[in-house]
Design a binder for this molecule. Structure first.
Ligand SMILES: *Cc1c(COP(=O)(O)O)cnc(C)c1O
Length: 399
């Protein structure tokens, strides 16, 4: 650039380059839509899909590649791609693997928005869905049809926290695939296990999707999702759909997840311990007919959880006596001072949300008529949380 170029040109094409060799604890945050190529030859030939180069911000930066590699390690997989939310990860896997005339199978305790995506969007595109009882591998086998292409799994199930026998469910699909031209893919929503409680690929799944919004971030301040595989061809297929859909993530959000990730195992264990203590305390409290948490011996799937997992997420649910009206349970939630009403979890603040489960069960029987409250445990002290629940339950008992 000539020294007599105009000021704006000299500022934009500035010649200064900082020295190489800067190394800090936190990886750098690189932002780009445009990536500059050294010449037009590089523009024509460079590839980004194997992370050997950079072509456009949407396709990867040093920052997104770094988080992708770390999340692949967290999940025990080989390949990872980032997406703007956990739900975007679910819909991406659906869109990448399903075509008109195909069917997807969902556990009937599946994350609600995953069900709604199938019921509305997939239905619009001529893609069918069926529900199976995740606690009954024989029911999964019975729901398979020649059109089945994708099976979602979730451990533990959203809201009701049944822990399925993942090896048994994935074995059903492996056996079915023996006679199929187009194999069925199994995809796990691994948000609950977070890559910490168990290793999804060792339990036989093909794809592990996680809402990084929850544990990997840990701050309740970022939305992101990941899709991890061990299989290169499967990764490529989903990656190309992500490219065509134009899904990408922002560097500042990636920075937040990179910042939360080093403490994930410590936070997971700490929140697990407090959650179990409060779940056990909740058993037998007045007005509570059932407490659901996989570590409780009478919780559905307890044996599979003991065998396959080394920890549990910060969630437990309590089913209240049916004589307590939904309005009374709403008032109970509002009477809590530390537990706040809100979605998501694995952040610093404890949360609660009431559910009417009976209407949410297409494939299995839900035996209770009372309202369920799901509690998500934050990072507050266990004594304070227990005292808050006690005062709320006393208010409910007096209502
Ligand atoms: C929160 C959550 C999601 C979706 O994550 P978002 O980032 O909020 O879209 C998906 N599955 C499960 C089990 C979740 O808890």
């Amino acid at each position: 650039m000539s020294a007599d170029a105009h000021l704006s040109t000299r500022l934009i094409h500035h010649p200064y380059r900082p020295p190489e060799g800067f190394e800090a604890v936190a990886p750098g945050v690189h932002k780009a839509s445009t990536v500059i190529f050294p010449d037009v030859q590089a523009l024509h030939t460079r590839d980004w899909k194997d992370k050997s180069g950079y072509t456009y911000g949407l396709h990867g930066t040093p920052t997104t590649f770094t988080l992708e590699e770390r999340i692949a390690t967290l999940e025990g997989g080989q390949h990872c791609m980032l997406v703007p939310s956990g739900l975007a990860g679910i819909s991406l896997v659906d869109m990448a693997l399903l075509k008109q005339g195909d069917e997807v199978l969902l556990p009937d305790n599946v994350y609600g928005p995953s069900k709604h995506f199938a019921q509305v969007e997939l239905a619009h595109w001529g893609i069918g869905h069926r529900f199976y009882d995740p606690m009954d591998p024989a029911d999964l086998a019975a729901q398979l049809t020649p059109a089945t292409r994708l099976v979602w799994l979730e451990a533990a199930g959203s809201v009701t926290l049944e822990f399925p026998d993942l090896p048994a469910l994935t074995a059903v699909i492996r056996a079915a695939n023996a006679g199929r031209e187009r194999p069925i893919v199994t995809a796990l929503d691994n948000t609950w296990g977070a890559g910490v409680a168990f290793s999804p690929f060792d339990l036989g799944v093909d794809v592990s999707m996680q809402a990084l919004t929850k544990y990997p971030s840990g701050g309740a301040d970022v939305l992101m999702g990941s899709v991890v595989t061990r299989d290169e061809a499967l990764h490529r297929q989903i990656l190309l759909t992500r490219m065509r859909l134009g899904l990408g993530v922002g560097a500042n959000d990636v920075e937040l997840v990179l910042r939360g990730l080093p403490s994930i195992a410590v936070r997971y264990a700490a929140q697990d311990a407090v959650t179990r203590e409060l779940a056990r305390w909740m058993v037998g409290q007045p007005g509570v007919v059932r407490v659901l948490h996989p570590a409780l011996p009478d919780s559905p799937g307890h044996a599979a959880w003991l065998r396959d997992a080394t920890g549990a997420a910060c969630l437990f649910s309590a089913v209240f006596d049916e004589r307590r009206t939904p309005a009374q349970i709403d008032a109970f939630c509002d009477s809590l001072r530390l537990f706040r009403p809100g979605w998501s979890w694995a952040g610093p603040i404890s949360l609660c949300a009431p559910y009417q489960v009976a209407g949410m069960r297409p494939a299995s029987r839900w035996p209770y008529r009372g309202t369920l409250v799901r509690f998500a445990i934050g990072l507050e002290a266990v004594e304070d949380l227990r005292a808050d629940l006690a005062q709320g339950l006393a208010t409910l008992a007096a209502a």
